[in-house]
Design a protein around this ligand. Structure first.
Ligand SMILES: Nc1ncnc2c1ncn2[C@@H]1O[C@H](COP(=O)(O)OP(=O)(O)O)[C@@H](O)[C@H]1O
Ligand SMILES: [Mg+2]
Length: 235
C-alpha cells in the first residue's frame, strides 16, 4: 500500500497534511499518535470513505474502492456501534467478513463456513460462537471483529486501536493472530497506545500528528525526543 501527499480537512480543521506512507508486505507497522492526531482519519482515507481527501492512495496498485471490492484490504474500526439486543450471533458477525466473497445467492458455502470456524478458533471464540454479539465483553467483541477481518483473507489489514478497552487475555490473543497474519506475508497497519508492547509487536512505527513525524524502526521511534515530538511534552 502506498499513500502520496494525503490531505484531509473537516471544514477549517486540518486533520492530515502531506502524509506519505509505504506499507511493506509481511510487516506490522504501528500507528502512534495522541487523541485527535488523525489516526482514524488516516484509516478512513485509506479505505476511501472520506469524500474530500486529496492525494493518492494505492493498495496493490488499485484505488481504495477497487481494492475493497477485490477483498484486498480489510478494516477493523475503532468502535462498532452495536445494539445489545440485536439478534446476531458471533458466528454471523464473523460471516459478514465473507459477504464480499459469496456468490450471487449470498449463501455461505463449505469454504465460507470453514473460514469462519478457523478464524473463531484463532481468536479463541469457538465456545462463544452461538452467543449474541451483544452478550460478549468488550475484549471478546473486539476479537470477533478481528475474526471478521481475518475471514476476508485480505493482503492488507488495517486495525484502528484493536487493543482499546480490551483485557490482557484478549490483547495477547489478538497480538498472536496479528503476528501470524504478518508471517503469512500480509501488511498490517495497527493503531496502538500500548507503547510498551511496540518492540514485540511492530516491525516499524509511524508517529503521527497531522503530519508524519517519523516512520522507521521501533527503537528510534521510542526515543524520548521522538515521543516528545509526538505527544507534545518535554523529554
Ligand atoms: N467527522 C468529523 N468532523 C469534524 N472533525 C472531525 C471528524 N472526525 C475527526 N475530526 C477531527 O479531526 C481530527 C483527527 O481526528 P481522528 O482522526 O479521529 O484522530 P485520532 O483517531 O487520532 O484520535 C480531530 O481534531 C477531530 O476532532
Ligand atoms: Mg481514532
Amino acid at each position: 500500500m502506498s499513500v502520496r501527499d494525503l490531505h484531509v480537512s473537516y471544514g477549517s480543521v486540518i486533520a492530515l497534511s502531506g502524509v506519505n506512507l509505504e506499507l511493506p508486505a509481511g510487516s506490522i507497522v504501528g500507528l502512534v499518535g495522541m487523541n485527535g492526531s488523525g489516526k482514524s482519519t488516516l484509516f478512513s482515507a485509506l479505505i476511501g470513505t472520506i469524500p474530500g481527501a486529496r492525494g493518492t492512495v494505492r493498495i496493490l496498485g488499485r484505488e481504495s474502492a477497487r481494492a475493497r471490492a477485490e477483498n484486498l484490504v480489510a478494516f477493523v474500526p475503532q468502535t462498532e456501534v452495536i445494539d445489545r439486543d440485536f439478534p446476531i450471533s458471533v458466528r454471523e458477525v464473523v460471516m459478514l467478513g465473507r459477504y464480499g466473497r459469496l456468490g450471487f445467492t449470498r449463501r455461505p458455502r463449505a469454504a465460507d463456513h470453514a473460514a469462519v470456524k478457523a478464524a473463531l478458533a484463532r481468536v479463541g471464540l469457538t465456545e462463544l460462537a452461538e452467543r449474541p454479539i451483544g452478550a460478549l465483553s468488550g475484549g471478546q467483541r473486539k476479537r470477533a471483529f478481528v475474526a471478521r477481518g481475518i475471514v476476508q483473507d485480505a493482503r492488507v489489514l488495517l486495525l484502528d486501536e484493536p487493543f482499546g478497552g480490551v483485557d490482557a487475555t484478549s490483547q495477547a490473543l489478538i497480538i498472536r493472530v496479528l503476528k501470524e497474519l504478518r508471517d503469512e506475508g500480509r501488511s498490517l497497519l495497527v493503531a496502538t497506545h500500548d507503547l510498551a508492547g511496540i518492540p514485540d509487536l511492530c516491525d516499524e512505527v509511524l508517529l503521527l500528528n497531522r503530519r508524519v513525524l517519523f516512520h522507521g524502526d521501533p527503537a528510534t521511534a521510542l526515543l524520548p525526543e521522538n515521543l516528545a515530538l509526538t505527544f507534545g511534552v518535554a523529554p
